[in-house]
Design a protein around this ligand. Sequence first.
Ligand SMILES: Nc1ncnc2c1ncn2[C@@H]1O[C@H](COP(=O)(O)OP(=O)(O)OP(=O)(O)O)[C@@H](O)[C@H]1O
Ligand SMILES: [Mg+2]
Length: 373
Amino acid sequence: MDKIFLFGESIGDNNFIGREAEIKRLKANFTHGINTMLISPRRWGKTSLVKKVAKEVKSDKLKVVFMDIFWCRSEYDFYNVFAEAVLRQTASRFEEFVDTATSFLGRIVSRVALSPDPNSEISLSLGITPKTHTPEEILGLPERIAAKKKCHIVVCIDEFQQIGEFEKSLSVQKRMRTVWQHQQNTSYCLFGCKKHLLENIFQSRSNPFYKFGDIAPLDPIPIETWIPYITKGFAKENKKISEDFCKRICEIVKYNPSYVQQLSWLTLLNTDKEVTEDIFKRSVDDLIKENTQLFLQQTESLTSYQTNFLRALLDGVNKDFGIKEIRETYSLGTYSNIARIKAALTDKELIDFDTAGTFIADPVLELWLKKIL
Ligand SMILES: Nc1ncnc2c1ncn2[C@@H]1O[C@H](COP(=O)(O)OP(=O)(O)OP(=O)(O)O)[C@@H](O)[C@H]1O
Ligand SMILES: [Mg+2]
């Protein structure tokens, strides 16, 4: 079904706008075998972007494998998902999958089991364990397939921050990098949410994935691109929205694309003919209400120091928290306490940093906090 506005999940062509520069850069990386890492705030459009680029560059000579490792809890969970995705998405038929699995993974094929539910996508249990396969065998799989099929393979791994949670994560990352960096016909696109975890994986000198490839930023979608999209959405329902209200929708959620789409949708619902000031305000309230349950969960275990720190941010203080005056005004405790507060709030993904300083990561959470604190 064609949806006018879509939010909260990765999106297809109908709702995808802008990102021309990012698409160009990713396409160039994918077609020239350059590894790519994408880092952005939550719900900023990473998955949608990679899926779109994958669809556009795919050919017999360039195969793109997409996997989501959100549910992987251990190194071998990852190898099972990795091997299945690589085998399945580089094969054009199920028989080819089985043949390739047999020739490259040997004994595994006897374990290939079809899902009992005939309506589900074929779900396979490859049963890869430390007893059956070494990590290197599995990590080397795409390269061997690429050589056999005389093609290039781009392996896209979503929710890549998950590897940071594996036991002995650094050793696992080292193994991955060691195998992957020597591959000639396979490249990688690694991305996910939890910005600070990914930044740590990709940008910290002591980490194996340091300088693994091109770190591509995701810029906000500009207002000129949003205005026609929002206006057209309203026109489909014979309703009107002025450029000014389009702008205010984007600005109040700080150009977070998911919230822009959600607020546009709520505003559309509240509008009979044309958006007014009152309708806009009511829609912002609805947006906050729809997210309140989530915000309550995110903030239920905050200490009073952490809450006080958020209060300071709401007042526009975004740096120099160590200064005595600021610590006293907001009851932030000792100088060394500041680092602890920041670390805890970063870990909960409630705050983020840019060149201007610290800020509340979620723009709608910020609106909610302004109401309740
Ligand atoms: N190019 C785009 N055009 C319009 N809307 C977009 C675009 N990219 C993302 N969005 C909006 O943002 C939402 C989230 O997109 P997506 O799931 O791709 O982001 P993500 O960064 O992968 O999120 P997460 O951090 O949860 O993994 C989409 O449902 C859509 O509302
Ligand atoms: Mg995503």
